[in-house]
Design a protein around this ligand. Structure first.
Ligand code: GAP
Length: 453
């Protein structure tokens, strides 16, 4: 993991948030290559779950929502809180369940009183060796005030999940698109949680992106639809290139279910140095949300069958964190091997996810005729693929190593043979070098686009 994090910083994938001011805990910034990879993940997800299906509708709702949304959903209550304890000397805050787990105690679903009892019995101290305060619930939503309105009327929250934007637009999508059950509404967007202890790089942060689907079904059909979506979720991980051996399902026990869920499966990835932990969640949310919004808003959120019968649909929710997919992908892709007698590092990313699909180079940067031809080829590929690099830094070996390290699947090199100076039969062909094997082939410029597709 340390190697992945170091590569990500060195090569412009991920930087600490606000770094020149000493950082801001729980925030990270995506660099030029990070934003490219992140966008590719989101685009592929959208294609896979929305564009390639007939039963999905897209949405992009506002981050700021009427505060009543979070009362209706239950997020303002204890359901969306974590147990917090403080080091009584330093005032540092910790998640009580994490401290208990670190001490080997199974802490899921414990009440505050039970947590206090265990801390006393086991004489647990803070990581600094000081006594701990009694546990209390800490709500994870960030609060802010809207416009010039002071007091409770101006209070809004940064959304802690994208899901509620979907539920409050359920009627709008029904009225505008007339979908038939079962159908889903998908959204990608930022979410914010005031995590007590952000940690482990992008794994637990205070500002992150989610890719979520609320899939509306008839109550009697939820189990069958759950199985279908479960298969689709595995297919998505295959598409990301994550090995199935590195992912396992965890059926969340009843006492640890979120306040809205009757059944949840976490898909856990085997993060290096950390072990299996949540990559994505898949919950059966019953009719909790639509029912809550219907009661609180006074607006009917019922589905009406052609025969006029009405009911509140139940909901299945596949929910993916973009940052966790990004991390898993980098961990999975990170590879070291030996090439030309040297250890080399490369990212074995699928070509549709790599920040650059291809890099174009003139063999020598001080030969204007090579550079001009390389620019011509670069323009053709850039027009087709967009994410194409022009790389003429250092010698060709160094360029290959650099492109390997950022996961570029192909390097195209324009040499004297391309110009027809050495072997006329090779005129207008280029060398295509493959990242994973280092093998090289001669390909005609005219065939390059279809070859690299
Ligand atoms: N709408 C359901 C929901 O938000 P969740 O299990 O709390 O469920 C879904 O979150 C996914 O969002 C997680 O599986 C994880 O990938 C991501 N996620 C949640 N909290 C996160 C955090 N603090 N930092 C990074 N990713 C997070």
């Amino acid at each position: 993991m340390d190697k992945v994090v170091a590569l990500a910083k060195r090569r412009g994938f991920v930087f600490p948030g606000s770094e020149i001011y000493g950082g801001l805990k729980g925030t990270w910034d995506l660099g030029p290559l990070g934003v490219a990879l992140n966008n590719n993940i989101k685009r592929e997800w959208w294609r896979y779950f929305v564009e390639n299906r007939e039963d999905m509708y897209g949405l992009d709702a506002a981050i700021l929502m009427n505060a009543k949304v979070w009362e209706a959903s239950g997020h303002t209550g204890a359901g969306f809180s974590d147990p917090l304890v403080e080091d009584v000397k330093t005032g540092e805050r910790y998640r009580a369940d994490h401290l208990l787990k670190d001490a080997g105690v199974e802490a899921d679903g414990l009440s505050l009183a039970e947590i206090d009892e265990i801390i006393t019995d086991k004489k647990l101290l803070s990581p600094n060796g000081n006594p701990l305060s009694p546990a209390r619930q800490f709500n994870l939503m960030f609060e802010t005030t809207i416009g010039a309105t002071a007091g409770p009327d101006g209070k809004v929250y940064l959304r802690p999940e994208t899901a509620q934007g979907i539920f409050v637009n359920f009627k709008n999508v029904m009225d505008s698109m007339s979908p038939k059950l079962p159908f889903g509404i998908a959204q990608i967007g930022k979410a914010f949680r005031n995590e007590i202890a952000p940690r482990e790089w992008l794994f637990r942060v205070r500002e992150f992106e989610q890719m979520e689907i609320e899939y509306f079904v008839k109550e009697a059909e939820w189990e069958g639809e759950f199985e279908k979506l479960r298969t689709d979720i595995w297919g998505w991980f295959d598409h990301l290139g994550l090995k199935r051996d590195n992912i396992k399902e965890y059926d969340v026990p009843e006492n640890d279910l979120a306040h809205y869920s009757k059944r949840t499966i976490d898909f856990e990835y085997n993060f290096p140095g950390k072990g299996f932990d949540e990559l994505a969640g898949f919950a059966y949310r019953t009719d909790h949300d639509l029912k809550g919004h219907m009661t609180h808003s006074g607006t009917s959120l019922e589905y009406i069958e052609p025969d006029g019968s009405r009911f509140i649909p139940h909901v299945l929710e596949p929910s993916f964190g973009v940052g966790r997919a990004f991390t898993a992908l980098l961990c999975e892709a990170y590879t070291e091997d030996e090439m030309g007698g040297e250890i080399r590092t490369y990212l074995k990313l699928p070509s549709y996810l790599a920040p650059y699909r291809v890099a174009v180079s003139p063999l020598l940067k001080n030969k204007p005729e090579l550079v001009a031809k390389a620019r011509e080829v670069f323009a053709i590929l850039k027009k087709q693929f967009g994410n194409v690099a022009f790389d003429d830094n250092g010698n060709i070996g160094k360029r290959y190593r650099r492109q390997d390290e950022i996961g570029t699947p192909y390097c195209v090199v324009i040499d004297f043979e391309t110009l027809g100076q050495e072997k006329p039969e090779l005129k207008d062909t280029v060398t295509v070098r493959h990242r994973d094997t280092g093998e090289q082939e001669r390909i005609a410029i005219l065939e390059l686009v279809s070859y690299l597709k």
